[in-house]
Design a protein around this ligand. Structure first.
Ligand code: SAM
Ligand code: SF4
Ligand code: SF4
Length: 347
């Protein structure tokens, strides 16, 4: 259902549509390509080791450049901004950016984080104007979680971050769990029980073939249907309709209460048809799909002195020409295509 905020944004601009008639509604901005975790499915240590060349500070978009881009995107119909990365909370003074973006009326402003610094930062993020957070957590079992984040980070500290975020009012909190066959299926049920009790929305994400470094194989994907079966056998679920058209997660409610879980079936049930998301990498490249091969260099345009109206035209033309639907056509034909890494493009 559209919120009053989204109605406000829609009134501001009818918005640009792509080749398949999909509007531009969500913008994910990577504010850092670095991360303090080395999740095995995202930034495996063998590739992201001590000699890995991350972006230089001056290559990152400045907060002023991000603010300028957000205003342009809002002009094309964007209603929701998600700050991501890499790990967004490693970006210094992120609260200053949040304050700048929170001053733009009618925007839903949220952030995805690994939660490692959330206990310390939740209060200042809320005070700066952040509306909500999504926290990633793949298991409640320390052995499994530490092996998955591959830096030995303990579960308790992420849970403390989630508690603090809830306390300061960064609600509703969503928790993302990537499920990888043979690694953390046994954590599905304990996670479901815990977050049902805590009253936060847990979303299971099918392991995806983003980038090239994680060595993805189809048989390592636990299909969303299997995840729902596992939970339902213990706590019966009923499907509920999406909150808004194009919502990524399929929603399920526990019978007998109002708590829900979501499953993001990007591999087994692709949702490109309703995909309204654009992404900007930490160095300012615009990608119209998570699996896009190349991005449009908006930083270069800005640093070359482009006017606001020409910048807006450039973005509008790119979206209008968009034909991406990678997940729907995923096959042996797409296997060998070049792709950018999730930690770079922003999940
Ligand atoms: N560092 C932050 C975090 O982990 O929440 C934000 C960036 S991370 C790239 C965004 C989301 O992408 C996380 O929820 C993460 O679990 C998910 N992700 C990363 N690699 C993935 C993969 N191969 N398949 C599915 N989800 C993935
Ligand atoms: Fe870092 Fe997030 Fe990727 Fe894990 S999923 S390595 S926390 S960017
Ligand atoms: Fe959107 Fe691309 Fe994902 Fe399809 S594959 S849902 S077009 S980001």
């Amino acid at each position: 259902m559209p919120t009053s905020k989204s109605t406000e944004a829609a009134e501001r601009s009818p918005g640009v549509k792509d080749v398949f008639g999909r509007p531009l509604r969500d913008l994910r901005i990577s504010v850092a390509d670095r991360c303090n975790f080395r999740c095995i499915y995202c930034m495996p240590k063998e590739i992201f080791g001590s000699d890995y060349q991350f972006l230089d500070r001056k290559e990152l978009l400045t907060f002023e450049e991000i603010e300028r881009l957000v205003k342009v995107f809002v002009g094309h119909g964007v209603e929701k901004i998600r700050l991501t990365g890499g790990e967004p909370l490693v970006r210094r003074n992120l609260e200053n950016l949040i304050e700048m973006l929170a001053a733009i009326p009618g925007l839903d402003l949220t952030l995805t984080t690994n939660g490692s610094m959330l206990a310390r930062k939740a209060e200042s993020l809320k005070a700066a104007g952040l509306n909500r957070v999504t926290v990633s957590l793949d298991s409640l079992d320390n052995e499994i979680f530490k092996a998955m984040n591959d830096v030995g980070f303990p579960v308790e500290k992420v849970l403390a971050g989630i508690d603090e975020a809830a306390r300061v009012g960064l609600n509703p909190i969503k928790v993302n769990m990537v499920v990888k066959r043979g690694v953390n299926e046994q954590s599905i049920l304990p996670m479901a029980r815990y977050f049902r009790e805590a009253g936060h929305i847990l979303r299971f994400i099918e392991y995806m073939d983003v980038g090239h470094s994680n060595g993805w194989k189809l048989d390592e994907v636990v299909p969303a249907s299997e995840i729902v079966e596992i939970i339902s056998a213990d706590m019966p679920l009923e499907q509920i309709p999406p909150n808004y058209p194009g919502e990524v997660a399929n929603r399920w409610r526990y019978q007998g209460d109002e708590n829900e879980v979501g499953v993001i079936a990007s591999v087994t049930k692709p949702f490109c048809g309703g995909c309204t998301r654009a992404r900007i990498s930490a160095e300012g490249k615009l990608y119209t799909c998570l699996f896009a091969v190349a991005g449009q260099d908006l930083r270069q345009l800005m640093r070359d002195g482009i006017s606001d109206s020409d910048l807006s035209d450039a973005v509008g033309l790119t979206w209008a020409a968009r034909k991406d639907r990678y997940s729907e056509i995923r096959s042996s034909l797409t296997e060998g295509l070049p792709k950018v890494e999730m930690s770079y493009i922003g999940g």
